[in-house]
Write a protein that binds this ligand. Structure first.
Ligand SMILES: [Zn+2]
Length: 82
């Protein structure tokens, strides 16, 4: 994988991790039956999901043109299924 592909993949993985963190906080807010926190985390989760989606798109775009890491496919990532 070239250094640009590697950087794009790292950016996607960071964004997906941030999504996971925020999603867990959202579930905790649900569990605590805290409507204010739930709404706040819901927005943060959406924002993180968009960021992950964008980062994934950039990585895929790079792969289309460069094909430097064909073994990695992000299609099955649940973060992207929305
Ligand atoms: Zn590349």
């Amino acid at each position: 994988m070239c250094s640009e592909g590697s950087a794009l993949l790292s950016r996607y993985l960071d964004a997906a991790e941030e999504y996971d963190r925020r999603h867990l906080m959202l579930l905790a807010a649900f569990r605590a039956r805290d409507p204010q926190a739930t709404e706040g985390f819901r927005n943060l989760v959406r924002e993180a999901q968009r960021a992950a989606h964008t980062a994934c798109g950039r990585f895929r775009e790079h792969q289309k043109g460069h094909g430097c890491c064909e073994a990695i496919r992000l299609d099955d990532d649940p973060v992207l299924a929305f």
